[in-house]
Design a protein around this ligand. Sequence first.
Ligand code: CA2
Length: 146
Amino acid sequence: MKILVLHGPNLNLLGKREPDIYGKVTIQRINRALEKLAAENKVTVDFFQSNHEGEIVDKIGRIRGEYQAVVINPAAYTHTSVAIRDAISAVGIPAVEVHLSNIYAREDFRRQSLIAPVVKGQISGFGVQSYLLGFLAAIELGKKKK
Ligand code: CA2
């Protein structure tokens, strides 16, 4: 089974700026923790990060047949992107939305996710654990898909 982990805009800055909000963990450390979890569960994981909406849309459009599930942190595009929502809806691969912070405990504009209605579920507010829990959920979804 292959699972894609998709990181949205500015997540490449994790651990380097604004550690008070997102902590000191870097995207590289999150990816290493996911690789360990993937190995323990005998699944393959690939990673993709982009700051560009169109690149994320294109990537989602290319994954049919290659991946059984997707874990996505759409970052700021969570709150704005009809294009990413439509891409997830169209591709027909189960997706899990994850957020480091609890988006419902933050500014009003972060409390709406345009992505949530087209994913299987959302995990928000547990820092790196959000990714790990989301990845375990994705494994279960991928098993059903096989
Ligand atoms: O909590 C999350 O995971 C978010 O998806 C993170 C996004 C934010 O726009 C969402 O509302 C919630 C921000 C990711 C960018 O992270 C930064 C890290 C360091 C410095 C600046 C931004």
